[in-house]
Design a protein around this ligand. Structure first.
Ligand code: CFG
Length: 394
């Protein structure tokens, strides 16, 4: 059976031609819209000193009440804006003075690092030697050889991108670590109707993904990729990065994850009707937690997971490949410096991450068959754009 036959079923040639033309038109429209918006936010990102960083609403100070609780309303709820383009208008995070102060601190930090790097001679020797050997191992083609200072800047870029978009400070998550839901509270979640539980989870997931899109946009080189490739990488990587990030909100000692104000055991998600998916997510977080990754390592693991040059649909694979290699090199340099090179062998395999994401797509499809209108009308546009195939979004 041909692919088209699977996609379109039995229909006349004429009917099929009409349908295919419609699908093509929709595909084209959607791609144009997404790429236009990714580009428009690119131009905003070009003036970091005059605009505040654009981050989702939920990062605003009011969301974290200071008592270790978040506001459970979903920023993506009933909002027509959040899609891959993120917000078109930058959201004001802090007062302009505070934002300016942050920019200054960051600039000074970068300048100091650069100064230190260029002027402390013994260090330079040491570093160059180490960069050279790493460059050599990574087998970069000569045109992609990276200078020591480029690696250093890349290292800072990846770490900053993560820090600035990590959604919750680690300290806040740690404070709440031992606050778990009571059996009665658990029961209340478990008795929720399936569609309602899906709805809130999808909403929280989409919120988190907005930060991931922002992380991608802040990675140097990502916005220089062609718009098709940016979308391909995000479609494939958003869920993977969410899983990696979720391990920050996972307590491996009692197997709980942060969910709506407290840490929840896997049984709490019972009414979603996908215990195999949830338990593989928990297992994944458990295995990642065992590595005790620092925030820097988490940042790099996220970046190399996102910039996977192996995707079938990439148009400029070589560009992604070069970026991937450079970031991998910077990662190895960081690990060498901190004597943590062994973790490279222990990081979860790509196949593990993709199989969980595949399972998510399968469960979503089952849910959509059960509640077609809910998935369609209530799920945030960004979630649909990422996880519901383009040919189905008509
Ligand atoms: C860590 C925790 C959260 C989101 C992201 C929002 C959440 C959802 C499953 C767990 C990236 O790291 C994250 C959680 N979160 C922020 C909230 O619960 C929340 C809000 O406004 N009030 O609370 O979403 N947790 C979460 C889904 C697990 Si799942 C169904 C995939 C096992």
């Amino acid at each position: 059976m041909s692919r088209d036959a699977v996609k379109f079923g039995r229909m006349s040639k004429k009917q099929r031609a009409i349908l295919q033309a419609e699908v093509q038109k929709l595909l084209k429209e959607q791609r144009t819209e997404i790429s236009a918006s990714l580009q428009s936010s690119e131009s905003q990102a070009e003036q970091p000193s005059t605009t505040t960083p654009e981050l989702p609403h939920s990062i605003q100070p009011s969301t974290w009440s200071g008592h270790g609780k978040w506001d459970f309303s979903c920023s993506t709820r009933n909002c027509s804006l959040p899609r891959l383009q993120l917000q078109r208008e930058p959201l004001v995070l802090h007062t302009p003075e505070k934002a300016q102060a942050e920019v200054t601190i960051r600039k000074n930090y970068l300048r100091d690092q650069q100064h230190h790097f260029e002027n402390v001679r013994p260090n330079v020797f040491h570093n160059i030697e180490s960069y050279c050997s790493l460059n050599f191992c990574s087998c970069l083609p000569p045109e992609c050889m990276v200078s020591a200072s480029e690696i250093e800047l890349l290292m800072q870029n990846v770490v900053f991108a993560h820090q600035e978009t990590c959604q919750f400070p680690n300290e806040n998550l740690k404070i709440l670590r031992w606050e778990t839901f009571s059996p009665e509270q658990m029961q209340r979640f478990q008795q929720k109707p399936m569609d309602q539980m899906w709805d809130s989870c999808v909403c929280h997931i989409t919120d988190a993904i907005q930060y991931i899109v922002e992380f991608a946009k802040r990675l140097s080189g990502f916005m220089d990729l062609n718009p098709n490739d940016q979308i391909v990488l995000l479609k494939a990587g958003a869920m993977e990065l969410l899983l990696i990030r979720m391990s920050r909100a996972f307590n491996c000692y009692n197997n709980t994850v942060y969910f709506e104000g407290k840490y929840a055991q896997l049984e709490l998600f019972h009414s979603l009707g996908c215990s195999d998916l949830i338990s593989s997510m928990f297992d994944f977080c458990q295995s990642l937690c065992a590595l005790n990754l620092s925030e820097q390592e988490m940042a790099f693991f996220s970046a190399i997971t996102l910039l996977n040059p192996g995707h079938l649909w990439l148009q400029e694979k070589h560009k992604v490949d070069t970026l991937y290699r450079k970031i991998h090199l910077a990662f190895r340099h960081l690990l060498r410096r901190t004597h943590r090179e062994f973790i490279l062998m222990k990081l979860p395999e790509k196949a593990k991450l993709s199989s969980i994401c595949q399972l998510h797509l399968e469960k979503l499809n089952i849910f959509r068959q059960m509640y077609p209108s809910i998935a369609w009308e209530k799920f945030p546009p960004l979630y649909k754009e990422l996880f519901i195939s383009e040919t189905e979004t008509s």
